[in-house]
Design a protein around this ligand. Structure first.
Ligand code: ADP
Length: 484
């Protein structure tokens, strides 16, 4: 059987650049694929500060001596290719400081010029086979930043001639971001004007790059089976449900895995004390350290933690509306997140109101995140929608019981304690503060029975959400595409 050669085209990759779950996935899936016999590699932009980060992490990086050249916006942009290896996975870095100049990574607006760096990323990826000795069979692209790879193989005046050379897989990590822009983008990218149709990349008079990618890709995956179905419904389709439903034959939901070399309380160097299912005493020490970090005394109230982006998707609205109720039930709430300035501000104000009960850390802090997962008692994830969600998987492994809304990957991974002897968490359905309060109430009724709580914790910690199974499923998909 052939070993598929797969180039992942991505805008994030932990630990080099991570803004959310996409970074975690690209940081761990290719390595897991290599373990099951796929020659997976990655191409990533060299954002400002990335070379310094490589050095700080003792990762060597060398020029390949080769460059890629891409025509965009009526000029040629070149990028020397660098090569490094992360988790035994080759990573090609595109050095193009003129385009990749924003340390924030993603532009605030989606005009063709503001998003030019990501048009470059996709077209530069298509130039890699000509520049290096190594040629992929498959381009596996992630979300909108890679969507122009399949689209260009169908509609770019030059790359469409190479369509037969490669298969393409598009993974949708989050349909909320689609790269909607103005029609002059086609000219800037070099797309043929026949692409500007309802069966093509056109979208309500503008351009939707993700829609183009969806229609042109040979296979589409989403990060959980439930999300694969949700995005084909008007409630979850973000305006693309019709397009996605018309492609249902090539859509498959494959649950994300978790990298247990990073997320393991037995070996986690960021924790003040390690612990395991057999011996949870370290978790108690982590709890103490967490209380101390908040300037709080122990008072036996259960700690409800939230780690995530402070955006509408994560359910911050109902969390805020339910806050007073949750605290009045006898809990303490700890929030770590960055995102919308209004949410950050309101949460900070609330934390001043409930000083001893609510702690808010606005910002991105990897070390504190680990401490919250370890020191917390329950994880709150009241998401409006959740393609897969990694936080609940991390919480399970760290013995912190997830309380989640039954959507997307949350519904695929959490089994309600009140519905099964194998329960690992608590679910609620309606997106209301009232339902959030009720799920916390239900969880608390179990929390007070400490012996039973230990069983719930144990169920979560014992589960295996590693990449092994998902990597095999991706490999089977690659082999199918290649006709094996
Ligand atoms: P999403 O991809 O929608 O942001 P996920 O649950 O899939 O959500 O993944 C989020 C990842 O980012 C997790 O690893 C989580 O711990 C991490 N994370 C989110 N916000 C922060 C933060 N403020 N500080 C540290 N880590 C964070």
């Amino acid at each position: 059987m052939k070993c598929p050669r797969v180039l992942h085209v991505a805008s994030e990759m932990a630990p080099l650049v991570k803004l959310g779950g996409l970074g975690d996935v690209v940081g761990s899936l290719p390595a897991a694929l290599r373990e099951v016999g796929v020659d997976a590699r990655i191409v990533l932009p060299a954002y400002p500060g990335l070379f310094e980060r490589l050095e700080a992490q003792n990762l060597s990086c060398a020029p390949t001596g080769k460059s890629v050249h891409v025509a965009l916006d009526w000029r040629v942009y070149s990028a020397p290719l660098w090569e490094t290896s992360v988790n035994n996975t080759p990573v090609y870095l595109l050095e193009q400081p003129e385009l990749f100049s924003d340390p924030e990574v993603y532009p605030r607006e989606t005009t063709p010029l503001a998003t030019l760096p990501f048009a470059f990323l996709s077209l530069a990826a298509l130039e890699i086979p000509g520049a290096l000795e190594w040629t992929p069979d498959i381009f596996h692209v992630h979300d909108w930043p890679g969507a122009l790879v399949p689209a260009a193989l169908k509609w770019h005046r030059h790359y469409r001639n190479r369509r037969g050379d490669y298969e393409t897989v598009l993974t949708i990590h989050n349909l909320a971001h689609q790269w909607i822009t103005t029609p002059n983008a086609l000219n800037i990218w070099g797309f043929v004007k026949e692409s500007f149709t309802i069966e093509g990349i056109e979208f309500y008079g503008g351009i939707n790059a993700l829609k183009g990618g969806i229609l042109a890709a040979d296979a589409i995956t989403t990060v959980s089976p439930r999300y694969a179905w949700e995005i084909q419904t008007p409630q979850g389709g973000m305006g693309l449900d019709g397009v996605l439903a018309s492609c249902r034959g090539k859509i498959q939901g494959i649950l994300n895995g978790l990298d247990y070399t990073v997320w393991n309380p037995e070996t986690d160097p960021l924790l003040p004390a390690p612990y395991s299912i057999e011996d949870l005493s370290g978790k108690t020490l982590c709890r103490k350290a967490l209380l101390q970090a908040c300037g709080w005394e122990e008072n036996d109230r259960p700690l409800l933690v939230f780690v995530g982006r402070l955006v509408e998707q994560k359910g911050v609205d109902i969390l805020l509306a339910a806050m007073e109720d949750l605290l009045s039930l006898g809990t303490r709430v700890l929030i770590l997140g960055s995102g919308h300035p209004i949410y950050e501000r309101v949460l900070q104000e609330e934390s001043r109101r409930y000083q001893d009960l609510l702690h808010v850390h606005a910002g991105y802090d990897e070390t504190l995140a680990h401490l919250l997962y370890a020191g917390g008692d329950m994880l709150l994830m009241p998401s409006l929608f959740e393609p897969c969600g990694l936080s609940q998987l991390i919480a399970l492994r760290y013995g912190t019981v997830p309380l989640v809304r039954a959507v997307g990957g949350l519904a695929d991974t959490i089994i309600d304690v009140d519905g099964s002897p194998d329960g690992n968490g608590f679910l609620f359905s309606d997106y209301t503060p009232h339902e959030l309060r009720r799920v916390v109430e239900r969880a608390l009724s179990h929390w007070h029975d400490r012996e039973q709580w230990k069983i719930i914790v144990r169920h979560g910690m014992e589960q295996d959400f590693s990449w092994k199974h998902s990597a095999e499923t991706y490999k089977a998909l690659y082999l199918r595409l290649l006709g094996n």
